[in-house]
Design a binder for this molecule. Structure first.
Ligand SMILES: [Zn+2]
Length: 324
């Protein structure tokens, strides 16, 4: 299916298949509908009841639909609660376009890494992810719209390097964007080096949880290289920091590389009623008005919540020359 993509009409992939990137509309680029923290050895679809999750989560999607959001990027990888069929049901019932992913989460001492990933090479892992991109996930007919990985907050460990390499190989084959739970600048730039070795352009990389890094020079540097810099855990306590970040990025002409989201949601299997679910409205209610008040224009707002998500997630092989 990816072969049908061409440069003239950029595409993205939701749980309902391909669509023009321009149809994403207003988008939240990093949220979670369900996360299962029990670990790769014990998680599975038996851990939750889809009807109960739908009942709990649907109102939160309807709420953002009402506010004009058309797409939500669901960032939960396999072995930590990814459920493409659940997303398809929720998308159908809410009318919010949802995206899911392929890839593995290697942070938290590899608690969410399946056994096979310790023995397999990066190429073998990539083979699994490419298979999902070409043939759908687990026979569901649902395709990943991006690659989601996670690395530790410090210098990369072996398992982290392996998933980053697998992500590079997968990107080169599929054109799917690499979103990496990262945090600090040290692992961010170590990953960008691996991309470089594999000949993958930084614009294929989303530096996720970049707000954890306090040195804004690092954000300028990554964005100048072309990487996406995601401040994606907005909550009202962080308002000032987010507004300041947006202003500085704008001043440097780098607002075009910024992604904002809440990292909210999280139906938690094993907790009564799925625990405390956090909705997705604070950006609309609090951040956007504050950004406008700080002097950002309507065009800036359109760039942040419509154009940037479409460009970040469009399916496109972004390559540079390399020895690989
Ligand atoms: Zn997240």
């Amino acid at each position: 299916m990816l072969a049908s993509c061409n440069i003239s009409e950029p595409k993205v992939i939701t749980v309902d298949g391909e669509m023009p990137a321009g149809a994403m509309g207003k988008t939240l680029t990093h949220e979670h509908l369900l996360v299962d923290f029990i670990g790769a050895d014990s998680t599975g679809y038996h851990r939750w009841n889809r009807d109960s999750v739908v009942e709990k989560v649907l109102p939160y999607l309807l709420e953002i639909k009402e506010m004009g959001y058309k797409t939500l990027v669901e960032c939960t990888p396999a072995y930590i609660g990814r459920d493409p069929e659940l997303l398809k049901i929720l998308s159908g019932k809410s009318g919010v376009q949802l995206m899911t992913n392929t890839g593995y989460y290697s942070a938290v001492d590899a608690k969410f890494i399946p056994e096979h990933a310790f023995n397999e090479t990066a190429s073998q892992l990539a083979e699994r992810w490419i298979d999902e991109a070409h043939n759908g996930i687990e026979g569901t007919g649902i395709y990943p719209g991006f690659i989601k990985i996670a690395v530790e907050r410090g210098p990369l460990k072996e398992i982290n390097r392996k998933v980053v390499k697998a992500a590079c190989i997968t990107h080169k084959e599929t054109g799917l964007t690499i979103m990496s739970h990262t945090g600090l600048a040290v692992p961010a730039f170590e990953q960008l080096e691996i991309l470089q070795e594999y000949g993958v352009h930084p614009s294929a990389f989303i530096w996720t949880h970049a707000h954890d890094e306090k040195d804004i020079e690092k954000h300028f540097e990554a964005a100048s290289m072309g990487a996406w810099v995601a401040f994606d855990n907005f909550n009202p306590d962080r308002l000032e920091r987010f507004v300041d970040f947006a202003q500085q990025m704008k001043k440097h002409g780098l607002l075009k590389k910024v992604l904002f989201s809440h990292d909210a949601g999280w139906y938690r299997p094993g907790e009564p009623g799925g625990g405390n679910f956090r909705g997705f409205t604070e950006i609309e209610e609090i951040l956007i008005p504050a950004l406008e008040e700080s002097g950002l224009s309507q065009q800036d707002m359109h760039m942040l919540f419509v154009d940037n998500p479409a460009r970040a997630f469009q399916v496109e092989k972004r390559l540079i020359n390399s020895s690989y």
